[in-house]
Design a binder for this molecule. Structure first.
Ligand SMILES: Nc1nc2c(ncn2[C@@H]2O[C@H](COP(=O)(O)OP(=O)(O)OP(=O)(O)O)[C@@H](O)[C@H]2O)c(=O)[nH]1
Ligand SMILES: [Mg+2]
Length: 285
């Protein structure tokens, strides 16, 4: 199955980001801490090229903390003008670092402006990232009010919106953007598993096959515990049968309903019923 989701509104959103770029001091690039590389939009590098950037590994509360540590080392060792921080926008964990780091990265620019007699103004930050990664949630947290609409599905934000955070920061919320073609189909699977792609355009059975194989290899104990399996069947159909039977995902006639089983597995992964999971690690690169 080839996954692809780049509707017209995303192309438009990309254009609008380019148009705003000259107003922007710094870019906050949100990635999903569970898949920090697969959730990086390769177009962002082209669009924002030489702006200072902070990579925010959001939803760190849902990721395997041991692997998140490895990712932070990975990004911060690369010695770009970027810095990476792990955050949880829902509770606000890690957010206090954003402002101080931004000031640090922009000190030279703002000092220069001041020496030229330009009045101090708020830092203007562009928030970009894939759909459903938590951009609007982050903005609401930083602004301490519910000003941007959020939702547990991709494609909630439809238009850009400036939001003021005190006197020192102005944030530009943008619609989530994917890219026209995933070079590696595994990227599509990871994005679909974690909820960045609209469920109605993907085949959930394929996604569940990917996820169950991944769990079998990397988190077998969690899989066994969650579905009370004595052994994890090697054959994927047997695994679907075992989970479907245990959880009552049946069709009339007594056969396992694979659609229902797939939906259950994906829903439970997204609801952290199998614990904190990371679907890629720097070791694999
Ligand atoms: N557990 C957890 N959930 C989060 C976090 N940040 C956001 N969420 C949830 O993720 C979902 C998507 O959040 P949004 O802020 O709407 O995401 P977005 O990036 O603005 O999405 P689009 O506007 O569709 O591009 C919501 O259900 C949020 O509650 C986080 O750090 N941890
Ligand atoms: Mg949004």
């Amino acid at each position: 199955m080839t996954i692809q989701w780049f509707p017209g509104h995303m192309a438009k959103a990309r254009r609008q980001v380019t148009e705003k770029l000259k107003l922007i001091d710094i870019v906050y690039e949100l990635v999903d801490a569970r898949i920090p590389v697969s959730s990086r939009n390769p177009m962002i590098d082209e669009i924002v090229a030489n702006k200072p950037r902070i990579i925010l590994l959001n939803k760190a509360d849902m990721a395997d903390s041991r692997i998140t540590k490895q990712w932070l080392d990975y990004f911060n060792l690369k010695g770009e003008t970027t810095e990476a921080i792990a955050i949880d926008s829902q509770t606000g964990k890690g957010l206090q670092q954003i402002s101080s780091l931004s000031k640090e990265l922009l000190k030279e620019k703002f000092d220069k402006m001041q020496s030229r007699g330009i009045r101090p103004r708020a830092i203007r930050a562009l928030i970009v990232g894939i759909p459903n990664v938590g951009k609007s949630t982050l903005i609401n947290r930083l602004a301490k009010k519910n000003i941007a609409q959020t939702g547990d599905r991709p494609g909630v934000t439809k238009a850009q919106q400036w939001v003021k955070v005190g006197k020192e920061l102005e944030l530009l919320d943008t619609p989530g953007i994917l890219w026209p073609k995933f070079e590696d189909q595994m990227v599509g699977y990871r994005l679909a598993t974690t909820g960045a792609i609209k469920d109605t355009i993907i085949n959930l059975q394929d996604i569940a096959v990917f996820a169950l194989r991944f769990l079998t290899e990397h988190y077998p104990d969690r899989l066994r515990d969650r579905y009370a399996l004595e052994e994890i069947p090697e054959d994927i159909v047997d695994l679907f049968d075992a989970i479907g039977t245990k959880r009552g995902c049946m069709m009339s006639g007594g056969h396992v309903d694979y659609d229902k089983t797939a939906e259950l597995v994906i829903r439970e992964i997204r609801q952290e019923k199998l614990g904190k999971l990371s679907f890629e690690s720097p070791v694999q690169l």
